[in-house]
Design a protein around this ligand. Structure first.
Ligand SMILES: [Fe+2]
Length: 130
């Protein structure tokens, strides 16, 4: 069973964003699997780099969607995105220094994704439907 699983409860009802969220869930599972790779150091590093790049692109899309629709809580939302990027960057740095707390990292990323999607992102969706 994968570490994280997509379910309809994570849908925000905007297909392009849902598809990107599915990718992020997949990337989290790839990162989890990387731990068992014989080439762990390299595979984990690659997964973290991909996740950082992809989430930056995804956040840019989401932020554009908020701007285009004059979403009132955009500032707070962008702050949450920044925290995620800072965290992933810190994990990358920790990985290079070989003190990466792997399980803590997985748990943080999973709970951030689920909470951010079901609370903050679904709030955007609710606003758009009005
Ligand atoms: Fe978001």
């Amino acid at each position: 069973m994968p570490y994280a699983q997509w379910s309809d409860s994570l849908s925000i009802g905007v297909k392009a964003i849902d598809d990107q969220h599915k990718q992020l869930v997949q990337m989290l599972n790839d990162l989890c699997d990387a731990f068992d790779s014989p080439d762990r150091e390299n595979v984990v590093a690659t997964c973290l780099s991909k996740m950082k790049k992809y989430s930056q692109e995804h956040f840019t899309d989401e932020e554009q969607l908020m701007k285009d629709n004059n979403y009132p809580e955009i500032e707070a939302h962008i702050k949450e995105h920044e925290i995620f990027i800072e965290k992933v960057s810190a994990y990358k740095a920790a990985q290079i220094e070989q003190y990466l707390p792997f399980q803590d990292m997985l748990e943080f990323l999973k709970s951030w994704l689920v909470e951010h999607i079901t609370e903050s992102d679904q709030k955007i969706a609710a606003f758009l439907k009005r």
